[in-house]
Design a protein. Structure first.
Lengths: 227, 408
């Protein structure tokens, strides 16, 4: 359990570097996350949580610093390898869910598997397992745009898990959910944690960082981690 | 959940990409149907023009083989008039001339059917004695009766079709209001359809009968045809004929071929120019494809990137989408065009190419599909369209994922 899943060393992101409109949303962030733990990064809007999560999830590259996921240096990977790392090791639940509205729930969940060259039956089998686990089996053929907010979020969680990821990242996952759905979501996270997933959540929702499944809280402000 | 096999199967991955492309086409079916209709229309227009030009050119060249080396006509006041027998003898004596044949031919306009027939006079017994089974469907029943009326004729299929409409399948009465009596002709056969441009409106008859129908005096001919065994000498002999007899005009086979070819090509260009609206609409369509994607399409690309799709996989999806549309449009356009030209006989378009066809009996266009034409059509439409469609997707795919997802 002491093995590290994630390590960042002085990670900095600078937009428009050297220009008048230069912005530094994340500055010199160093942190370590052990395997199988759940960590919440909390902080107000604009504190750099989402940018940090995006860099860890290989959505954007840091300007400086080093990110190591499961022993692999990912911050300087060429795009092709970063994409491969993303689809093989990272699960990402976006704040806006980012599902394709006119695709069915099943097709949305299977979408990350297409680049693997997996047979349709195998893809479907994996997706169906998750649909059952997240109580969505009756919604498989529904288009995402016809689902409720909670169902959409569960679909997004299923999509993030379908690749058998080891690190699950969630960006403000409860921002669009009511109290009950937030509780449901945290229940799912607790269940995943018990199965050995490493979970990193960016949130400013007290319901999240006060939940019992959270092992550690990291606070950010102005792009830096508060001591 | 266990991890999927890292490498996967390349073929399966391609299949997944094509499946996803088809799914995408279906999801955006309203937009794609509109694109498809425009695209089919464009290919239909271009291939119709190419088909008809190609068929007419082939038809022309197949008939050109039968053309005489030089046709000699007499001109007075810029008009063609009948030519007299003595020219026949004089031209035969020019060195290099193998043979000279005087011809009796002209046109007969049948007002009842509003059709113009070409009358050609010859000795029909030569046809019957020779090996003409290849070009004539003999009317065997009549032939066996061994009736040898003075006036008999063989007609083209177009003429035969028209005459059936007025119940004159076996015989035809030529009549003009200024004549004392009608001239009856027995129809003893029809020409086969191989060279319809030439034979479709033709009535080949006994020379004496043709003279009567065309009101030609004895010793007068419509023109002379000259055969020259050495093609290198044709132009020189034509020049000699014009020098010796300035009142005569010569038309060589090469001149006829080049006149028709350039006329068909010019008309093809004219038709394509008049279809500029369709071509312009297609260009707008390409421009629309090239100038950008809808926010929903951009977001979809952003999502694909965010969950680990490679740029080339996204481009492959977009390429297949446009390629599938292009290929469907090309096949549909070409098949519809084939149906329009060769089954429906190109109504509206044929009249542009055969200007006088409202007078002539209609003729069948013999299918002649040049694979080069088809490749040209596919090349000038499918490739630019597919490339243009991929370009905006490439722009979106190389843009920062985070930026796309935040802004769409």
């Amino acid at each position: 359990m002491d093995e590290l899943m994630l390590k960042t060393v002085k990670v900095t992101k600078i937009y428009n570097q050297g220009k008048q409109n230069e912005v530094i949303p994340v500055r010199d962030v160093s942190l370590k996350v052990k395997k199988g733990t759940s960590v919440v990064i909390k902080g107000p809007s604009g504190s750099g949580k989402t940018t940090l999560l995006s860099m860890i999830g290989c959505q954007i590259k840091p300007t400086h610093g080093e990110i190591v996921v499961n022993g692999k240096q990912v911050s300087k990977l060429p795009e092709k390898f970063a994409n491969r790392h993303k689809r093989e090791h990272i699960g990402f639940v976006f704040q806006q869910f980012h599902l394709i509205p006119d695709l069915s729930v099943l097709d949305n969940i299977m979408l990350p598997l297409l680049p693997f060259g997996m047979r349709p039956a195998e893809r479907k089998n994996r997706a169906m397992k998750l649909l059952t686990q997240f109580d969505l089996e009756k919604r498989g053929r529904f288009k995402v745009k016809d689902l409720s907010g909670g169902e959409q979020q569960r679909t997004a969680i299923c999509r993030s898990l379908v690749n058998g990821c080891s690190l699950l990242l969630a960006d403000e996952p409860t921002a669009h959910l009511d109290g009950q759905l937030t509780a449901d979501f945290l229940g799912y996270m607790a269940e995943l944690k018990s199965k050995g997933y490493t979970i990193l959540i960016a949130s400013h929702d007290p319901a999240v960082f006060e939940h019992e499944m959270v092992d550690r809280i990291i606070e950010m402000k102005g792009g830096e981690i508060l001591p | 959940m266990d991890k999927p096999t890292t490498s996967g199967n390349w073929l399966e991955r391609q299949r997944n990409i094509v499946d996803y492309s088809l799914q995408g086409l279906f999801r955006r079916r309203t937009k794609n149907s509109l694109i498809l209709v425009m695209y089919v229309l464009l290919i239909f227009v271009v291939s119709s023009v190419l088909f008809i030009t190609g068929s007419l050119t082939v038809e022309l060249f197949s008939t050109a083989e039968e053309l005489p080396d030089i046709t000699v006509q007499k001109m007075i006041g810029g008009r063609q008039v009948t030519i007299q027998e003595y020219y026949f003898k004089a031209i035969s004596e020019i060195p290099g001339v193998e043979d000279v044949e005087p011809r009796v031919w002209g046109y007969f306009y049948l007002e009842e059917l509003q059709a113009n027939f070409t009358i050609y006079g010859m000795d029909l017994t030569l046809l019957e004695e020779g090996d003409y089974e290849r070009i004539v469907n003999w009317n065997a029943a009549r032939k066996n009766l061994e009736m040898q009326p003075e006036f008999r004729m063989i007609i083209g299929e177009g003429v035969s079709r028209l005459l059936k409409e007025i119940q004159m399948e076996d015989a035809f009465l030529f009549f003009q209001p200024n004549w004392d009596a009608a001239i009856p002709f027995e129809i003893i056969g029809t020409f086969k359809s191989e060279t319809q441009l030439q034979s479709n409106d033709l009535m080949v008859m006994q020379t004496e009968g043709a003279r009567k129908v065309l009101e030609l005096k004895e010793g007068d001919f419509t023109d002379l045809v000259v055969y020259v065994p050495n093609p290198e000498e044709t132009e020189m002999i034509a020049l000699k004929i014009r020098r010796y007899y300035p009142e005569l005009r010569t038309v060589t086979r090469a001149q006829i071929e080049s006149t028709y070819t350039s006329a068909f090509n010019w008309k093809g260009g004219f038709v394509l120019s008049s279809m500029l609206v369709v071509i312009f609409a297609f260009l707008v369509l390409i421009w629309d494809k090239a100038s950008g994607l809808s926010p929903a399409e951009k977001k979809e690309i952003g999502i694909m990137k965010a969950i680990g799709w490679d740029t080339e996989m996204i481009l492959a999806v977009k390429f297949w989408e446009s390629f599938i549309i292009s290929i469907i449009a090309a096949v549909l356009g070409i098949v519809l065009s084939y149906f329009y030209i060769y089954w429906l006989h190109a109504p509206g378009l044929k009249e542009i190419f055969i200007g006088w066809s409202t007078l002539y009996p209609s003729f069948e266009l013999v299918p002649d599909i040049d694979i080069k034409f088809l490749l040209l059509i596919v090349t000038v439409t499918v490739i630019p369209y597919s490339a243009m469609a991929v370009f905006p997707s490439w722009k979106a795919a190389i843009t920062d994922t985070d930026y796309i997802l935040r802004n769409n």
